[in-house]
Design a protein around this ligand. Sequence first.
Ligand SMILES: [Zn+2]
Length: 540
Amino acid sequence: MKHGHILSRDLHLPASKPQRHSLDGAPGIGLLAPASRLRMALVRSKSIPSEQKMRMTSTILISILISMMLQSLIAGDALAGEESRPIPPHKLATLDSIESRAPELIELSDRIWSFEEVAFQEKQSSAALADYAEKNGFRVRRGVGEIPTAIIAEYGSGRPIIGILGEFDALPGLSQKAVPHKDPIHPEGAGHGCGHNLFGVASLAAATAIKELLEEGKLKGTVRFYGTPAEEKFFGKLWMIRAGLFKDVDVMMDWHPSTKIEANVQSSLAMVDFIVEFFGQSAHASSDPWNGRSASDALELYTSGINYYREHVKPTVRIHYHIQDAGKVVNVVPDYARLWVRVRDTKRDGMQTVWKRVQEMAGGAAILADVDHKISLVSGIHEVLVNRTGGARLQENIESLGEIHYSDEEQAFARKIQEATKKEQLGIVTKISPLKETEENPSGGSTDAGDVSFNVPTIRLAVTTAPQDTPWHSWAVVAYSGMSIGHKGMIYSAKALAMTMVDLFEDAELRKAVREEFVERLGDYKYSPMIPEGPPPLHQ
Ligand SMILES: [Zn+2]
């Protein structure tokens, strides 16, 4: 780890700022401390005889040397036997910018956290980000891609155009206070169980730090923040892509709140969402059931078919369904039933095969129950097209930033949540792992950043905003995202993203190599977004 520089730098930051807990509990080992101790000792020694003075001075010098060696060891450099690589000035400027904005960034993130707005309803969250961008001198376009809450904030002109993705939607039913036990703010409300309040703000913070360098003429080109709604449902980026909003971008940056810090070089799962409806004939459930044709019979047969089918799919496949309507009362044969079905696999080809089969099964269920059926595509997303070249540079930047450090209070908060979620009470550990191999079949979820990665080379980051093995999409993540553990991840992420964006602006060779890898991985695949004709489903 080459994090010596940032550790010593953090020593001089005001106590109120986040990210400086790195040396909590280790006072007096700062870079300035030994020198000032020597000055003070020499001042005090003026009235002491010269031989004694010499002995004292050499004792002090030896103690200073030991202190400096210890400090070096703590910084990790001496252990690793590596030279501490200083962070270049433009990157340092972004770190300073983000540090100085930390209080307002935390306030903005907490505000979005408190709005609890779900997919396509993120009016206040989107406005808060757009207003912040506008106040900071960005040209802001609101309501892009036929989505009222989608925004683009841009600064600068010409190439390169470096983009950054920011999400901000919450999840239904997860309302939660920032406390370490389950306690909703609004019992029926939504909550940031994926940390998207941190996501949007960190990305905009990184873009703002870059904007300042462009403004000062230290970088040349355009920085563009994409505020992308509805990542949790419907996938807003798909309509933004269809509107051609990503066409001219050279490289895109992306991150996600996580339980670890790493340059994310893993793909994700391709998936498709569709609605299955069954239409039958209602009748009295007891007096003339022979006149009825039950839509819910079809639904039950259909889900049974899906559940039998599970035995015969590859282990990488996931099939989910949500029963949305299966009749209203017990004494009426239901003439209508409806499910939301989702099929995933690690590659879109595998997903397509399963998707086709699960659609055919709806037809089979309809025949068995003697009802009609209809299938409607909601949307589908691609797996992520990994970019290891970009990931490797991002990795260098996170290694120079070092790990996140947590206070005793934060560790206690984490242990309480671990107790409440029946996990081992380990607190938070955030080791930065080396750049991993890209797995053929990744685990995890899906993201519409995958579709962006098929249009623009995309470099992705994961940063700890909750401890390892925290149940994701849960009240626990909402709690972490509304307090300092989440905030620290957000500030850290903004820094790592901004540093890598500096590289992308300054290093044409890097941009070229990133693009070459993208072209090679894409091959001759012709991308088009998996969405139906017409406007996005804003009111579903
Ligand atoms: Zn998410």
